[in-house]
Design a protein. Structure first.
Length: 256
């Protein structure tokens, strides 16, 4: 099995079958529908939800990750949303949270982040992963709360409050499967997330490892929201009446 980076090195092992209870995996805790898959060539990828209805999954690195001096951090990863059934839905999140390793929210528009497990009506929602800060990659329009069916936004404290929502490449009307610029198009998307102690920066590119201008630059006091300068880092996703596979690959720290 080929290992591509330090975080991936924690993922040695065989493919895990889906489980609704927390699952132990070297370096990670997988919850709900989340599993780890071995790809051709030996690399591993995280499958947060299969393309089945009413799924919710989360996965977190077991060791809390401390921010750098000045409360800064930087991460890169890739995601892929594939094989929609009925409609592509609902999307996924990158999360920093202090609730615990087994945290998972509801399915559907809750994105595995908001609401209680098995809840799908988000918002309004009770429960959710909190305290937390998340970046959502949402490919379904749950009107009137979402701006469209292809947007990225900041979320806090287990709520789909869609702070500073932005549309990659300005492309909308992506159902059931869109073309270039639609996050549900089956391409590998590259993501860069940086925090400079005051502003959260998010950039993403469709099928390109060249970083574009930031899509989001959002002023936020993350340590105050989390209540500390360290957090569990990971991902969530959800499906509703429509579904798709939500994959994450090559997750690693970026520049200091």
């Amino acid at each position: 099995m080929r290992i591509t980076n330090a975080v991936t090195a924690m993922l040695l092992g065989a493919v895990i079958a889906a489980a609704q209870a927390p699952t132990s995996f070297p370096g990670w805790t997988l919850n709900g529908s989340a599993t780890m898959e071995e790809m051709q060539g030996g690399d591993l990828r995280l499958l947060l939800t299969p393309n089945q209805t009413a799924q919710a999954g989360s996965a977190f690195v077991n060791q809390p990750i401390s921010f750098h001096a000045g409360n800064t951090f930087s991460y890169t990863f890739q995601f892929q949303m594939t094989d929609p059934v009925f409609e592509a839905s609902d999307g996924m999140t990158f999360v920093l949270q202090t609730q615990g390793l087994t945290a998972v929210g509801g399915n559907g528009g809750c994105l595995g982040y908001a609401g209680a497990p098995q809840q799908s009506n988000c918002p309004p929602a009770t429960g959710g992963i909190s305290p937390s800060v998340a970046v959502e990659f949402d490919d379904y329009d749950n009107a009137p709360y979402d701006i469209n069916d292809n947007h990225v936004a900041i979320l806090t404290d287990g709520q789909v409050n869609d702070l500073d929502p932005q549309t990659p490449y300005g492309v909308t009307n992506c159902q059931p499967t869109g073309g270039f610029g639609c996050m549900n198009n089956g391409d590998i998307w590259y993501v860069w997330i940086d925090y400079d102690g005051m502003t959260l920066h998010v950039a993403l590119a469709d099928n390109s490892d060249v970083r574009p201008p930031n899509l989001i630059n959002y002023a936020i006091d993350i340590p105050s929201i989390l209540g500390r300068s360290s957090a569990y880092v990971g991902f969530t996703a959800g499906t509703g009446e429509g579904s798709e596979n939500h994959y994450v690959m090559d997750f690693k720290p970026g520049r200091p």
